[in-house]
Design a protein. Structure first.
Lengths: 111, 116
């Protein structure tokens, strides 16, 4: 069964304390993996798309990496404004349109 | 850019009435748009995929006669919740994929529906 899981479910960091969020997937052929940020009561905001193992992308304090089984979202020296839910989603080769979302990691950065 | 708007942002209606939600891609053309539903503290659940000029494809368990989707142009898709009931109360989010660009979906801000 195609599945996307994320860990931890919630993460509380002190400002400046770097950490990583994990997204693990078991799908029948990966076409792309996406990271989104979602603030309460708002739609997800696109962060990154990764297509193949070994690929990395960076944006400000965020860096996303991809292996054949999982992806990590590394947050370096986070600030309170980085507090949000981070969603991982996977597009599969077997279905052109369908994207499976993980349950998300709720990140809180304490000043 | 890739800006997607939704209207209204929140709506309260009486049970039995119908509600229409609009999703627009403001600065790009979107052959394909998607409608999701999100319950509190849960992830997004795909309801249907909407292709411009053709019938929407609904996910298993989603009633197509209850959730009417129309994708009349490359920048507009609408979701109509017909004969809404309290259990339809939820956060509805649309997304759009740029024509000719693979995979990445850009999301709207969402519509909060409350059915009394």
């Amino acid at each position: 069964e195609d599945q996307v899981t994320q860990s931890p479910e919630a993460l509380r960091l002190q400002e400046g304390e770097s950490s990583s969020l994990n997204c693990s997937y078991t799908v029948s052929g990966l076409r792309g993996l996406f990271w989104y940020r979602q603030d309460p009561g708002k739609g997800p905001e696109f962060l990154f798309t990764l297509y193949s193992a070994g690929e990395e992308k960076e944006k400000e304090r965020l860096k996303a990496t991809l292996t054949k089984k999982e992806s990590f979202l590394h947050i370096t020296a986070p600030k309170p404004e980085d507090s949000a839910t981070y969603l991982c989603a996977v597009a599969m080769k077997t279905s052109y349109d369908k994207v499976i979302f993980g349950p998300g990691t709720s990140l809180s950065v304490i000043p | 850019g890739a800006v997607v708007s939704q209207h209204p942002s929140r709506v309260i209606c009486k049970s039995g009435t119908s509600v229409k939600i609009e999703c627009r891609s403001l600065d790009f053309q979107a052959t394909t748009m998607f409608w999701y539903r999100q319950f509190p503290k849960q992830s997004l659940m795909l309801m249907a995929t909407s292709n411009e000029g053709s019938k929407a494809t609904y996910e298993q368990g989603v009633e197509k006669d209850k959730f009417l989707i129309n994708h009349a142009s490359l920048t507009l898709s609408t979701l109509t919740v017909t004969s809404a009931h309290p259990e339809d109360s939820s956060f509805y989010i649309c997304s759009a994929r740029k024509t000719g660009v693979k995979e990445t979906q850009y999301f709207g801000p969402g519509t909060r529906l409350l059915v009394l």
